[in-house]
Design a protein around this ligand. Sequence first.
Ligand code: NAD
Ligand code: DAU
Length: 354
Amino acid sequence: MLEREILDRAARRRPYGRDVRLLVTGGAGFIGANFVHHTVVQRPDVAVIVLDSLTYAGNRASLASIDDRIDFVHGDVADANLVDRLVRGVDAVVHFAAESHNDNSLADPWPFVRTNVVGTVSLLQAVRRYDVRYHHISTDEVYGDLPLDDPRRFTEATPYNPSSPYSATKASSDMLVRAWTRSFGVRATISNCSNNYGPYQHVEKFIPRQITNLIDGVRPRLYGAGRNVRDWIHVDDHNSAVWAILERGRIGQTYLIGADGELDNRAVVRLLLEQFGCDPADFDFVTDRAGHDLRYAIDASLLRSELGWSPRFGEFRDGLAQTVRWYRDNQAWWRAGKASTERNYAAQGETTLR
Ligand code: NAD
Ligand code: DAU
């Protein structure tokens, strides 16, 4: 379908006169797809247009159950002409599309530079031209890492210090958004979130990789000594925070998103082994990631105090159990990507240490 028809259809679909047409980039990926589901259910006043190039990480099936309630454009955020035509017809953009996996960025950084940096510039130029509200989805990894067993956490004032090609491209994209806000008055906000978990996450990522290994009777695989700490948040809590920022966030402001979910990787694997009824020692240590960040930890006080946001998911154990159920019940969704993902890890030199 032509973009013009998609925009007209989105306009007709809006049930109330005052409502919003929202362009969601990367809406077939993990967080973007959950955001689109959340929006369709919680915000029937919003007409959603998804722009996604369906890389290995994008999955059209993630949107299948709501296909008749959204419009989907198969295209690239770095295609400035396409982006211009789409942005011209909407009220706001939420930019999730990215190359998102650290390990892949170590193997080949070029797609990261193209999508994460060039793609962001192409969106910024279009929102600038048509004065469209823009929300930029970013990561806590732009701040580098923290020592283990240290009370400090990242805040909006922490200096940028990215470690991997992935996080360096995300840091670049944040800086570009800041520059376009200051120099051209673009109405933008930025959020930097910690590690998400939940349904529709690609099996290359830590939690779904171990869940799908366990479903297949394969031992979980921990990088290095498994002591690295991540600050876990359920994807629905991330997305409710994005909505809070879109609606009530201050233009030009960065908000950190996190739910006080610090755990080391061994602890996550132990919880998973428990849920599968396995011995807590049934895992393997494998080759560590080059430059592996030690610890991420978010102080989300600004988001909580200024925008009144709080997470809905309480116990990580419960959210994890729900996620395990989802992967058990949706094997058709992930089977196709599992074998190629594991081949990819082997090709990148992953070997069992002990
Ligand atoms: P993902 O890899 O699951 O999905 C990325 C999506 O973007 C895919 O659908 C893919 O097809 C699409 N895409 C990639 N290149 C594109 C291009 N050039 N044009 C159009 N679409 C393209 O990623 P995710 O985990 O859902 O992450 C989404 C965003 O959230 C990213 O910006 C990421 O940096 C950020 N983020 C992720 C996490 C996390 O824990 N996963 C945490 C904080 C921030
Ligand atoms: O902090 C936010 C970031 O979280 C996002 O910006 C990234 O897009 C997202 O991929 C995620 O990055 P991480 O590198 O932290 O996530 P990953 O799932 O790759 O790894 C989580 C931790 O688990 C990390 O310490 C590496 C480790 N790990 C990972 C895999 C795939 C293992 O021990 N074994 C594994 O098999």
